[in-house]
Design a protein around this ligand. Structure first.
Ligand code: ADP
Ligand code: MG
Length: 285
């Protein structure tokens, strides 16, 4: 499912002294099946942008096309849009409310008006795909660990079988192990289901290993976009936006500047290991 932003501007509290332009003439194409990292400093407009993708916010001007259809047309079904574009909010575990895990995950598909058997099947499937075992189905969401709660909340959106999965800062507040677990899970969902995934983060380290394309937002605009390796070449520009390249890229660039034969577009620990081993082998044999 493709999403196109055509000159989209969003102003909060338009016409008041509090007016704030959170999106300023955004042009963007998200292709079917892509894994996108949406990066930007706090306040750059990331959450505002993604809430336009499922119709929660409306553009002040400009047009959004989902699969070629203008979602602001009078007869466009918002209900259909929300089931196709699944949005996992920041700290989604705060929105768990049912008495059991399985009931919580069934809530969305039930609201779609699906038959009970289909609702149950989808809930089991979604919980399985986020690694929540049968032993926890009837537990209260409040008995779960922080990481488990977050996975249940993601399952609740997956159970709607969206074509696009958007996660707003899914690693916020997690320790490094929890962060890796959630990122690994999101990557697995993308790989196995082939749906479009948009991962919002203010950290380059979160997305470097995983995504096909990075979109960098700064000050209500799209400042940079491209494959991670291309985006990370703009270290100085990113710094000026309050962002940094992954530590491993920064180190590789420093070593290259000191004359070592190492690729400057090293972006993962695995690549860095390979590069350093090459240097080691050249030096010893
Ligand atoms: P991000 O998700 O990148 O941190 P947001 O989209 O939340 O950025 O915010 C973009 C800008 O819009 C910020 O300056 C923020 O203060 C402002 N903003 C966000 N939500 C509202 C709102 N409901 N009313 C007024 N201003 C808002
Ligand atoms: Mg945000």
């Amino acid at each position: 499912m493709s999403i196109i932003f055509d000159h989209v501007t969003h102003k909060y509290q338009e016409g008041t002294t509090m007016e704030k332009t959170a999106l300023d003439d955004i042009n963007l194409v998200i292709n079917d099946g892509e894994f996108i990292g949406l990066i930007g400093h706090t306040g750059s407009g990331k959450s505002t942008l993604i809430q336009h993708m499922n119709g929660l916010l409306k553009p002040t001007s400009g047009t959004i096309y989902v699969d070629g259809e203008d979602i602001m047309e009078k007869d466009y079904s918002m209900k259909k849009l929300r089931s196709r574009v699944g949005l996992v909010f920041q700290y989604p575990e705060h929105q768990l409310f049912e008495e059991t895990v399985v009931k919580d995950v069934q809530f969305g598909p039930k609201n779609l008006g699906l038959k009970q058997l289909e609702v149950q099947y989808r809930a089991f499937e979604a919980l399985k795909s986020v690694g929540i075992g049968d032993d926890l189905l009837d537990a209260s969401p409040f008995e779960l660990s922080g990481g488990q709660k977050r996975r249940v909340a993601i399952a609740g959106v997956l159970a709607m079988k969206p074509n696009v999965l958007i996660l707003d800062e899914p690693t916020a507040g997690l320790d490094p192990a929890g962060r890796d677990e959630i990122l690994g899970l999101i990557s697995k969902i993308h790989r196995e289901s082939g749906i479009t995934v948009i991962l919002v983060s203010h950290s380059m380290e979160d997305v470097a290993d995983y995504v096909d394309r990075i979109i960098v937002m700064n000050n209500a605009t799209v400042a940079l976009e491209g494959p991670p390796k291309a985006v990370f070449m703009h270290e100085e520009e990113l710094k000026a936006m309050g962002l940094s390249v992954p530590q491993v890229t920064s180190i590789a660039r420093n070593l290259a500047a000191k004359g070592l034969e190492i690729r400057e577009d090293t972006i993962t620990i695995e690549e860095a290991k390979e590069e350093l081993l090459k240097i080691y082998r050249r030096a010893t044999f």
